[in-house]
Design a protein around this ligand. Structure first.
Ligand code: UDP
Length: 193
């Protein structure tokens, strides 16, 4: 996949719809994909933390969440056309899930936040299947992995702040049958509000 690199950090210069069609192809091939949001703060942090740099660069899609990334791309006549924010990417993925019948699992945030976000999402996309959810404070991660697999989730959103959520995804994705993973920071708070 074509990437642009800013201070060592990869950025995927694709729009929302281009990411969705690329994801659909990868899902059809049973490939797992991870989506991580990139902004200037994360680029600076990655330059001080090799583990974070590796976590970002080993993701499938590094979406240009921050306006600073868009400006940097424009300055070097790169291909980033607009911001692709984590919360809007999640919203597009929810619509995509409802259209294609993909099953969604939501993990993270406080119980009342994630349950209310689920309710609001089901209201917005009546055709969607939220196959399950869990708050971000459970202790038994093995049981959670089993539950996500048991409900046959295709798309997993993890909302525990960055990089905690991406580290969780990396640690558990080998045992998960999920095909699309996105760390979404405080997005459940946005959907629940
Ligand atoms: N969170 C969680 N589990 C944790 C820590 C945080 O689910 O162990 C959730 C928290 O409830 C909030 C989201 O992660 O909804 C973002 O948390 P925080 O503000 O700490 O992260 P930041 O946005 O600073 O990266």
């Amino acid at each position: 996949m074509n990437k642009e690199t800013y201070l060592g950090v990869d950025v995927t210069p694709l729009s929302y719809s281009e990411i969705l069609s690329s994801l659909k192809e990868r899902m059809d091939q049973q490939l797992k994909s991870t989506i991580i949001a990139v902004n200037p703060e994360k680029i600076i942090a990655a330059n001080k933390d090799p583990q974070l740099m590796d976590l970002i660069n080993s993701s499938t899609y590094q979406i240009p969440d921050g306006v600073g990334v868009l400006l940097a791309s424009k300055m070097v006549k790169g291909k980033v056309q607009s911001r692709v924010t984590g919360v809007d990417m999640m919203d597009r993925l929810l619509e995509f899930a409802a259209q294609h019948g993909y099953r969604v699992f939501m993990y993270g945030a406080k119980e009342e936040v994630v349950s209310e976000a689920k309710r609001k999402i089901e209201e917005k996309y009546p055709a969607i299947t939220i196959a399950g959810y869990e708050n971000g404070y459970v202790k038994d991660h093995e049981a959670l992995v089993k539950r996500i697999n048991d409900v046959q989730a295709d798309i997993l959103f993890v909302a525990m702040g960055s990089p905690r959520q991406e580290l969780w995804i990396r640690e558990h994705m080998d045992k998960l049958n999920v095909r699309v993973y996105q760390g979404v920071g405080g997005s459940f708070d946005v959907f629940s509000g």
